[in-house]
Design a protein around this ligand. Structure first.
Ligand code: ASP
Length: 433
């Protein structure tokens, strides 16, 4: 009765919206947003709240979905298996990040963005003292002192740590000889399982709003930064985006085919997550969609993706690594101190670390770039040419961030699919096998 009521309600005014293909609607929002933003400029900024609605809806479900899915995931896998998945995914994340910086450096060396830029003239105009992030404490910080504070603060690594232990605890309750304990464990498992499923329902509804949110988010960015990205900073934009595309096709496409997984099936299954990452510029915010794609389209087992995706959204940032490689070179060229070979090797090391330390939120990669610049002797000092070059990049950061976040999220999904395949935890029927 209730269901039928909802059905009839849907028929009518908004039929053309809900009955048309969701992805096409999202793509229309994307393209239209970019065009309207470029053409209308600042007069379109009033749509900003429509984009904020989308971001807030996504953020609303991130913490509940990580907690519930990961508790269920780790309650249904043996600790040994979880360990194997963990080791494999960490190796994959580290390796692909290092390759990504190298891709960024290659792109930067080919296009040489910033070469011949005369920064003396704008040197004083830009640059402010910025606080440098520190990589210390990161490891200790994974252990929460108060898991409830981690949940309310949305600290993903701490939530992962606690949820895995909690899930493992439940898995032991479920095999207890004491029937009281066993039943309690089963009940708890069901509660988390049901909660996770309910969250996925919400994700589906949020996706229905995505086309409007996507339009608003994209048009605001293009209104504010579009002209600059195709103007004086064209070289940086080009080098970054070609790097992202190269990494996507060669590294991800290659890695998938190495494990006999079809690249086109992968792209088809991941596109909602990729587009959402592109427009929200937040790996963390995209997580609900990423997890849904992994589950429904790619057939990755819950006990793999529930762990690898939140982890990846926090530490695995190939797009950010590429961006940092390109930008380090840009700044070197722009201030007339091109990076030599050993400086570029240093960039590989520090950019991998910096990308790990980058939070999955908009613009975080630009802050961590300071760390990379520091390591090659180009610290940001007030009024210096380095600060001016840095400020130029900041001016188009949102555009660069779109591409890098999209690649960041894609890399997490590729790694999860591969690890699941090697553990026989991938539903191959979703891959046409
Ligand atoms: N916005 C990126 C992400 O969420 C991080 C970055 O700024 O590089 O993945």
């Amino acid at each position: 009765e209730v269901e039928r009521g909802m059905e009839t309600e849907k028929k009518g005014m908004f039929d053309w919206y809900f009955k048309s293909n969701l992805l096409i609607r999202i793509l229309i929002g994307l393209v239209l947003g970019a065009i309207v933003g470029l053409v209308a400029g600042n007069s379109i900024l009033w749509v900003r709240p429509l984009g904020d609605i989308f971001i807030r809806l996504l953020k609303m479900i991130v913490t509940p979905i990580i907690l519930t899915t990961l508790v269920v995931g780790s309650a249904s896998i043996s600790p040994a298996e979880l360990g194997k998945v963990g080791v494999k995914i960490v190796i994959y994340y580290l390796f692909t990040s290092a390759v990504a910086v190298a891709v960024g450096l290659v792109m930067g060396n080919i296009f040489r963005p910033g070469l011949g830029l005369d920064l003396g003239s704008i040197g004083e105009a830009a640059g402010k003292a910025l606080e440098k992030p520190s990589l210390a404490n990161t490891f200790l910080n994974i252990i929460p002192t108060n898991p409830f504070a981690s949940l309310s603060g949305g600290d993903v690594l701490q939530i992962i740590f606690f949820a895995i232990l909690f899930g493992l605890g439940i898995s032991y309750l479920k095999i207890s000889k004491d029937s009281r304990i066993r039943e309690a464990g089963e009940l708890l498992f069901k509660i988390f399982d049901g909660s996770a499923e309910a969250m996925y329902k919400i994700v589906g509804w949020v996706l229905q709003y995505a086309p409007i949110g996507v339009f608003a988010l994209i048009s605001v960015v293009f209104a504010q930064q579009g002209a600059k990205a195709i103007g004086p900073l064209w070289g940086v934009t080009l080098a970054c985006f070609l790097g992202y595309i190269l990494h996507l096709i060669v590294i991800y496409g290659g890695a998938l085919s190495l494990y006999k997984l079809s690249f086109s099936t992968f792209l088809k299954g991941s596109k909602e997550a990729m587009i959402t990452a592109f427009v929200t510029r937040s790996s963390g915010g995209t997580l609900p969609i990423t997890m849904r794609n992994a589950d429904e389209n790619l057939g990755i087992a819950k006990n793999v993706y529930s762990f690898t995706l939140p982890l990846g959204a926090t530490v695995n940032m190939d797009g950010t690594a590429i961006y940092q490689g390109v930008c380090a070179l840009f700044i070197g060229f722009a201030v007339g101190l091109p990076l030599n070979f050993s400086q570029q090797l240093t960039v590989i090391l520090t950019a991998v670390l910096a990308s790990i330390g980058t939070a999955g939120v908009p613009g975080a990669g630009a802050i961590m770039l300071l760390l990379v610049l520091d390591s090659i002797g180009l610290p940001i000092e007030q009024g210096s040419p380095v600060a001016a070059a840095y400020a130029m990049i900041l001016g188009i950061d949102a555009i660069l961030d779109m591409g890098r976040t999209c690649l960041n999220v894609t890399g997490d999904l590729v790694g999860s699919a591969i690890v699941a395949k090697t553990e026989n935890l991938l539903d191959l029927s979703k891959w046409g096998k």
